[in-house]
Design a protein around this ligand. Structure first.
Ligand SMILES: O=C(CO)[C@H](O)[C@H](O)COP(=O)(O)O
Length: 253
């Protein structure tokens, strides 16, 4: 078998258990090393790492905050020779698991005992906008599958109203675009943009082969997550309304 584990479809959720990449490219990921080490986030990363118990199956969210927590977890696993398995939510984080030597598993084999993830916005009801990294489908799948979910944020992520700083990311099957656009407008979308790719021409293509729309609304109602999801062609949105989440706040001061 090739040491690269992308087989017929390259979802990190389908990576064969107990197999890590063995690649110099992954071991030396420069962009992983560039992720900012903010002191507050490091403290909270240590707090997350302290939750690890031998035998845990841990869901791993995407983004820089998740990566910092993953580094702290990997250190504990190494120092204490703990037996844990990670279920990553993106190719990016599965590469990081591999780089850090953390064994991975999938949702076929295991249910996560707990999960950690970041967020782009958190409102006073602890509802979230996620998906700046475009991984909201697998993040939501993992949060829905996990017994306990920890969301790590710093105070810059706290908002009075969802949508204040970030649009709502929506993953859409490409040919459904005209229909979904029409339906989003009738839900009250004021601006809809196809997320452009960086480093390639044209749009971002998600890990599931879809487009990501960034969609602004004047008001995000409590039913919006379900309303958006019910549009045929929408795979998932980055709205997380009314989930049972434990928000852990990192201080930037
Ligand atoms: O939802 C996400 C990716 O899809 C991330 O969790 C969110 O964007 C936060 O990222 P960061 O910790 O880098 O601020």
């Amino acid at each position: 078998m090739s040491s690269y584990l992308f087989t017929t479809h390259h979802s990190p959720l389908s990576i064969h258990p107990n197999m890590n990449w063995n690649s110099n490219l992954i071991n030396n990921l420069e962009w992983a090393d560039k992720i900012i080490n903010i002191e507050g986030k490091q403290k909270v990363a240590a707090e997350i790492a302290a939750k690890v118990k031998d035998g845990d199956i841990i869901g791993v969210g995407s983004g820089s905050t998740s990566y910092m927590a993953l580094v702290a977890i990997a250190q504990r696993v190494k120092d204490e020779k703990l037996n844990v398995k990670a279920i990553p939510t993106s190719v990016e984080l599965s590469m990081f698991c591999s780089k850090l030597g953390l064994p991975m598993t999938t949702l076929y084999e295991h249910k996560p005992d707990w999960l950690f993830d970041g967020a782009d916005e958190v409102d006073p009801d602890q509802s979230l906008i996620k998906g700046r990294g475009g991984a909201m489908f697998k993040e939501k799948l993992l949060i829905s599958s996990s017994v306990v979910s920890y969301i790590i944020v710093d105070d810059s992520k706290m908002v009075d109203k969802l949508g204040s700083k970030f649009p709502v990311p929506i993953e859409v099957f490409p040919q459904a675009l005209p229909y979904v656009e029409k339906e989003l407008k009738s839900l009250g979308a004021t601006e809809i943009a196809i997320r452009p790719a960086k480093g390639k021409d044209g749009p971002i293509i998600s890990e599931n082969g879809n487009l990501v729309l960034d969609c602004k609304f004047d008001e995000i109602g409590k039913s919006f997550e379900k309303d958006i999801k019910s549009i045929t062609g929408v795979i998932e949105s980055g709205l997380f309304i009314g989930y049972n989440l434990n928000i852990i706040m990192a201080s930037n001061s």
